[in-house]
Design a protein. Structure first.
Length: 103
């Protein structure tokens, strides 16, 4: 799967990188880091898992930029990011249809 080299989240650019050892080193398939501004994705994920993981990490970025991440527990943060990212992937056809509409 291909990812953008950078992701803009509310005016901040986050570098996106594939990591061959993310599972080994961090026991994760995706990781959002505010400092440095970085989204890491495990290399070699299938398309569906890659989409969900990439969006999951982007939602972490949105919550961080809004300042919500410091107001909620890690468990609630994960529930929100997982729910939103899965909704986007599951409903991408409908979402794209709406976004591509002309007036």
């Amino acid at each position: 799967m291909r990812y953008p080299k950078e992701q803009n989240i509310y005016g901040y650019k986050y570098k996106v990188k594939l990591d061959e050892n993310l599972i080994e080193n961090k026991n994760a398939i995706g990781l959002f880091q505010s400092k440095p501004r970085l989204i890491s994705i495990q290399k070699g994920l299938d398309s569906d898992t890659g989409q969900r993981t990439y969006l999951h990490e982007c939602v972490h970025g949105v919550l961080h930029r809004l300042g919500v991440d410091i107001l909620i527990s890690n468990e609630i943060n994960e529930i929100i990011t997982e729910g939103v990212s899965n909704f986007i992937v599951d409903e991408k056809k409908n979402i794209l249809k709406i976004l591509n509409q002309k007036k």
